[in-house]
Design a protein around this ligand. Structure first.
Ligand SMILES: NC(=O)c1ccc[n+]([C@@H]2O[C@H](COP(=O)([O-])OP(=O)(O)OC[C@H]3O[C@@H](n4cnc5c(N)ncnc54)[C@H](OP(=O)(O)O)[C@@H]3O)[C@@H](O)[C@H]2O)c1
Length: 275
């Protein structure tokens, strides 16, 4: 089986690429954009470039595509160009595994189930680019395809398959190892998912026939403050250095408050036990 991981130099993409490399029945190719790539053998490709995308895709002819690209403020381009190029090349036989985000529930009054309606942010909101691009991507995929899995995740944490930590934990251990306090907000509630658990689910989805939309993660819903305090304790640091951050916000930069996810549905199709 031929699998193509787009964004294989990223935090999530590198993890799934490395994992699949060791599966005997899989041939895996991965793409990166910025130098230096996290993994040597990746193929340099801008997914927004129609000609190079087309050449790459026609050459590789994958059976499964894992779409793990992200570009924050340029996320719209990734949906309007990159994803559109992908959609013109996918055949009904090619399975798409698309990694989405809890930010599609930008009203922030969760917990949310898979059936809850998605919401856009106003165009002048600082997170609108990322949020609205993800909402648009999910709607496009659902309208145009049936052979897909959308996996929605909250904040992803932990050391990935190539030894890279998520930025938040990295910042936490940097502060605490030098005995400096660090603050996290207690009013932002999320479903935190470990990178290894998520990678295992993506691997399952690559090889099984499951399709549809699934939330990934444990049953737990925690604030950033609660989660980071517990992480500090687990890592053997003084957790009293983790303090509550200010909840004051400027207009148009408000962060969605509760985007936590209910995760019962994934248990019906996956063997993964979430930590
Ligand atoms: N990290 C989280 O906490 C989190 C939470 C929820 C959902 N997600 C979702 O998980 C997915 C992966 O996120 P991540 O954390 O792994 O992000 P990441 O570390 O920033 O990786 C994203 C990758 O996308 C690649 N990319 C960006 N623009 C590209 C383009 N035009 N052409 C080709 N490649 C391009 C980048 O490649 P280069 O590095 O080579 O430039 C980057 O490595 C995203 O869909 C994101 O929305 C992440």
């Amino acid at each position: 089986m031929k699998i193509c991981v787009f964004g294989a130099s990223g935090y999530v993409g590198a993890s799934i690429y490395e994992k699949l490399k060791h599966v005997p029945e899989a041939t895996v190719v991965g793409t990166y954009l910025s130098e230096p790539a996290l993994i040597d053998e990746l193929y340099k490709l801008d997914v927004n470039e129609p000609e190079s995308f087309s050449n790459f895709f026609k050459n590789e002819k994958p059976d499964v595509v894992v779409w793990a690209v992200m570009s924050g403020p340029n996320e719209h381009k990734l949906t309007d160009q990159g994803l559109m190029h992908l959609m013109t090349h996918l055949t009904p036989q090619t399975k798409l595994v698309y990694i989405s985000s809890d930010f599609v529930f930008s009203h922030g009054d969760g917990p949310y189930s898979e059936e809850d309606p998605l919401s856009n942010l106003p165009d002048d909101h600082s997170f609108s680019n990322y949020t609205n691009a993800k909402v648009k991507a999910e709607r496009l995929i659902d309208k145009e395809f049936s052979n897909y899995v959308v996996l929605r995740a909250g904040p992803i944490y932990g050391e990935n398959e190539v030894g890279k930590l998520d930025d938040r934990t990295d910042r936490l251990s940097y502060h605490l190892s030098s005995n400096q306090p660090i603050d996290f907000r207690d009013d932002l509630i999320r479903t935190f998912v470990h990178i290894e658990d998520l990678t295992n689910v993506i691997e399952e989805m690559v090889f099984n026939d499951v399709t549809g939309i699934y939330h990934v993660g444990p049953d737990k819903q925690q604030s950033f403050y609660e989660f980071m305090k517990a992480s500090a304790q687990l890592m053997g640091y003084d957790e009293t250095l983790v303090i509550k951050g200010s909840e004051q916000e400027e207009v148009d930069t408000e962060i969605p408050k509760n985007t936590s996810l209910t995760t019962n549905k994934i248990k019906e199709v996956s063997d993964q036990k979430f930590r």
